[in-house]
Design a protein around this ligand. Structure first.
Ligand code: FAD
Ligand code: NAD
Length: 475
């Protein structure tokens, strides 16, 4: 079980990433069938749906992280993990180049890993559309470090606004929290931020309490485009009650260290430029393709027309290759880039790989039996029967259906203990919103948490912030 060296009789399966896609694959993969190697710059799985709650301390960040080493320890056969970034993939030589990008590095920082089979699950990076100033001045909301940075900055803005002799105009700027992007990330973050302010900051820093403002900027005519119309309306009216300003049809064009410049389309169709001074800016305008994926795409002629990621077939094989699969946000399979899709894709690949191994084992057994048929003519009836049984089993296993995504619904938290949900219910659609939906949202996420440990920690965090309030220390 604790075998250290790779088994030369088995194929090497390399998995890139430790996110939703790769970890769902690992969870169900029978690791005894392959030499499995996992490569990711992050040595933990992150439960992204609760990441917006970490920005305000409603949930502590470690409660939604699960170390990959713990996950791998539970596998039947040993899996190797390298904390590194895949910098390039060579589909002709079948090797992955990896770089240690962490703070502490040894003599070797760059090397190669050969593969027989490769799964790309590296996710996506933040889209900025090349808008000037975005990378330098805004916070993103994708990784744990982003949430920690936001949490720190919110309190820094508050304490700086409360600084002695601060001018009213500067107080207004510092306490203006601007969120760009009205997708679920932007909406959930705006809701969490307003909660933090209403429930905690207001009480503890009363001198600035009437100055705090949250503004959500969205280029399209409405927020949450993937939700049904009534839920969009519900969200917009709840935000109005929560005093979150929504600016739709407003496209950000430029960012400086203290302002956001946007182009607004008025009701008459005329465009004008508006400037929003801010203290904290959070940029949540969706996904862009990672460099390692772009590089791989450029090496495969069949990917020439794909823009948003690796085009895959219905078995998630990267088009134009035979032994590379892609899952999650880096794959273009015709679904939205969500955790739900990524995890179902990972589960599908685990089944596929488990079956492929079984198929190979059965085929080997059948050919072995066939040769013994000639050597032991006396036993031929029994052996033929056994062959037949194996062949039947082989047909059943080989008949694996293509990947099919089953949509369970969309859920989003919108602040003040309210949530919106579009769920599939007895083949129909159910749209729900409000406080009951909030309880549903909480229980759904609790049940989806990676481990019992995560579940207990999250419940504990919710209770703690309810009873004692959120922690305003800026660490
Ligand atoms: P990820 O989970 O992003 O994982 C990618 C992995 O690849 C990471 O481990 C990363 O470190 C690693 N990696 C990066 N570069 C390299 C490299 N060069 N080499 C090797 N490894 C690399 N979806 C939902 O369905 N429901 C939700 O409620 C929801 N909430 C969300 C909230 C937030 C704040 C965010 C940001 C997203 C949310 N999503 C939600 C979307 C969901 O998180 C993504 O769709 C999902 O994470 C995609 O899974 P993935 O495995 O493709 O990528
Ligand atoms: P998104 O792509 O869903 O939304 C980004 C928004 O930013 C778009 O509405 C776009 O019009 C807007 N935008 C782009 N450029 C802009 C500009 N210059 N100025 C103003 N607005 C601009 O991104 P997201 O919210 O980060 O979500 C990414 C993925 O993760 C989606 O698939 C989403 O469904 C999923 N997700 C789901 C949940 C959930 O289910 N609760 C939560 C977070 C993320």
């Amino acid at each position: 079980e604790d075998q250290v060296e790779p088994d030369p009789s088995k194929k090497t399966l390399v998995i890139l990433g430790t996110g939703w896609g790769s970890v769902s694959l690992l969870k169900r993969l029978d690791t005894e069938n392959y030499n499995v190697i996992v490569i990711s710059p992050r040595n933990y799985f992150l439960f992204t749906p609760l990441l917006p709650s970490c920005t305000t301390g409603t949930i502590e960040h470690r409660s939604i992280m699960e170390p990959i080493r713990t996950i791998l320890r539970q596998k039947k056969a040993r899996v190797r993990f390298y904390e590194a970034e895949a910098s390039s993939i060579d589909p002709d030589r079948k090797v992955v180049r990896l770089i240690d990008t962490s703070e502490i590095r040894g003599d070797i920082t760059e090397t190669e890993v050969p593969y027989d089979m490769l799964v790309v699950g590296v996710g996506a990076e933040n889209a900025t559309f090349g808008i000037p100033g975005v990378r330098e001045h805004s916070c993103f909301l994708k990784e744990i470090g982003d949430a920690q940075k936001i949490r720190k900055r919110i309190m820094d803005c508050v304490e700086t606004a409360a600084f002695k002799d601060q001018s009213p105009q500067e107080i207004d700027r510092l306490l203006h929290m601007v969120v760009v992007g009205g997708g679920p990330t932007g909406v959930e973050f705006a809701g969490e931020l307003q909660d933090f302010f209403e429930e905690d900051i207001k009480k503890l820093v009363p001198e600035i309490s009437d100055r705090f403002r949250v503004t959500l900027i969205e280029a399209l005519p409405n927020v949450l485009p993937m939700f049904s119309k009534q839920l969009i309306e519900y969200t917009e009216s709840t935000f109005k009650e929560e005093k979150i300003n929504i600016h739709t049809k407003t496209m950000v064009k430029k960012v400086t260290d203290k302002t956001v410049e946007a182009e607004v389309t008025g009701p008459d169709g005329k465009k004008k430029t508006v400037v929003f001074p801010y203290g904290l800016l959070v940029w949540a305008t969706g996904n862009a393709v990672r460099p390692v994926v772009k590089d791989l795409m450029s090496r495969i002629p069949a990917q020439a027309n794909s823009r948003r990621g690796l085009a895959v077939n219905e078995y998630l094989v990267v088009q134009g290759t035979r032994d590379i699969w892609a899952v999650g946000d880096c794959a273009v399979a015709g679904y939205a880039p969500t955790a739900q899709v990524a995890s179902q894709e990972g589960t599908f690949l685990a089944r596929l790989f488990n079956n492929m191994a079984k198929t190979e084992a059965l085929e080997a057994k059948i050919s072995e039996l066939s040769s013994s048929l000639n050597l032991q003519p006396g036993n031929s009836a029994a052996i033929s029967h056994e062959i037949e049984q194996h062949e039947r089993q082989l047909r059943r296993i080989k008949d694996i259906k293509p990947f099919h995504y089953s949509h369970q619904g969309s859920l989003a938290y919108i602040g003040s203990e309210k949530a919106v949900a579009d769920v599939t219910w007895f083949n129909g659609n159910l749209a729900a919103a409000g406080s009951l939906t909030f309880l549903f949202w909480r229980s759904a996420y609790i049940s989806m948490c990676f481990s019992t440990r995560n579940r207990l920690l999250v419940i504990n965090d919710w209770l703690k912030s309810k009873v004692f309030g959120r922690d305003l220390s800026r660490e």
